[in-house]
Design a protein around this ligand. Structure first.
Ligand SMILES: NC(=O)c1ccc[n+]([C@@H]2O[C@H](COP(=O)([O-])OP(=O)(O)OC[C@H]3O[C@@H](n4cnc5c(N)ncnc54)[C@H](O)[C@@H]3O)[C@@H](O)[C@H]2O)c1
Length: 274
């Protein structure tokens, strides 16, 4: 099969999709190869969406697309750096060419370097803002015209509790995630009449590949992370990619046609104690 073509697109997948809650919908998930993005991609595919996995690293994208295909779903891996306008434009064009349009954008790709102000270099600041704010803007700028051609759509931003609280080592990240919440309301208001809904999810604290790697750099193990879930999170556990994916499923579906400009805390109460 051509690498540009759908991975796992088959008559069986089409049949499964036709029966799903998201039957007929095409979803783009950025950062869809790992962590929260992978959980969301698998959930949307399981419920019948055809999923475009857009992320920086081809390996995880291909592996996730293969897993979706093995489960009978349809996924297209499109390596994309969300900070590069031409790559985002090409990804959206490829999605539309392959599957006729886009109904759902889960704008999830993100980085979270932790630096106290004294160590927060201009380079790290720029990277943090580029991926976590400009990347969402570039995706929206390219996806909205495709959604308008379909008569509407659902944009889901993956934000963070840091978008509305703070933390000494997350200044740039918090500024970007706070800006994303502002973008959520701005876009929701701008496109409500055109039936494009825009919502924001705070996924809590998730032991994703990115978070585990970050903790390991600080000498903090997976066991330490899980202990934090038991003690620091009011619900008594870390969140999972599937916790966020369940909300994405609702927001992507036609059950959510009146839900827009909303912030979802999928965080076991973490935002209450931070
Ligand atoms: N893990 C958590 O506890 C947590 C908490 C709150 C919010 N989040 C947010 O959830 C989202 C997903 O994070 P995760 O924890 O699953 O981390 P992750 O590192 O496992 O996933 C992030 C994904 O984004 C991709 N990515 C990074 N830069 C990119 C770029 N320039 N272009 C395209 N793709 C790029 C990575 O390759 C990766 O696949 C992020 O926006 C993050 O800020 C995570």
């Amino acid at each position: 099969m051509d690498a540009d073509r759908a991975v796992g697109w088959s008559a069986e997948a089409a049949t499964a999709g036709a029966q799903g809650r998201l039957a007929g919908k095409v979803a783009v998930v950025t950062g869809g190869g790992t962590g929260i993005g992978r959980g969301v991609s698998e959930m949307l595919a399981r419920h019948g969406a055809r999923v475009v996995l857009a992320g920086r690293r081809p390996g995880p994208l291909t592996a996730t697309a293969a897993a979706i295909a093995a489960a009978g779903g349809a996924a297209l891996a499109v390596p994309t750096d969300v900070t590069v306008a031409a790559q985002v434009e090409a990804m959206v064009a490829r999605a539309c060419a392959a599957w006729g349009g886009i109904d759902v954008l889960v704008s999830n790709a993100g980085v979270y370097p932790r630096r106290e102000l004294a160590d927060l270099s201009e380079e790290v600041w720029d990277l943090t803002i580029d991926v976590n704010l400009k990347g969402h803007y570039l995706c929206v700028r390219n996806v909205v015209p495709a959604m308008l051609r379909r008569g509407g759509g659902s944009i889901i931003f993956i934000g963070s509790v840091h978008g509305y609280t703070g933390g000494a080592d997350v200044l740039g990240y918090a500024a970007a995630k706070g800006g994303l919440w502002t973008m959520t309301r701005n876009l929701a208001r701008t496109f409500a009449r055109q039936r494009i809904r825009v919502n924001y999810i705070n996924p809590g604290w998730v032991a994703s590949e990115g978070e585990v790697a970050h903790r390991q750099e600080r000498g903090e193990s997976l066991a330490w992370l899980e202990e934090q879930g038991r003690t620091a999170v009011p619900s008594g556990r870390l969140q999972t990619p599937e916790d966020t994916a369940h909300v994405c499923l609702l927001l992507a579906s036609d059950d959510a046609t009146q839900i827009t400009a909303t912030r979802f805390n999928v965080d076991g109460g973490l935002s209450l104690v931070m």
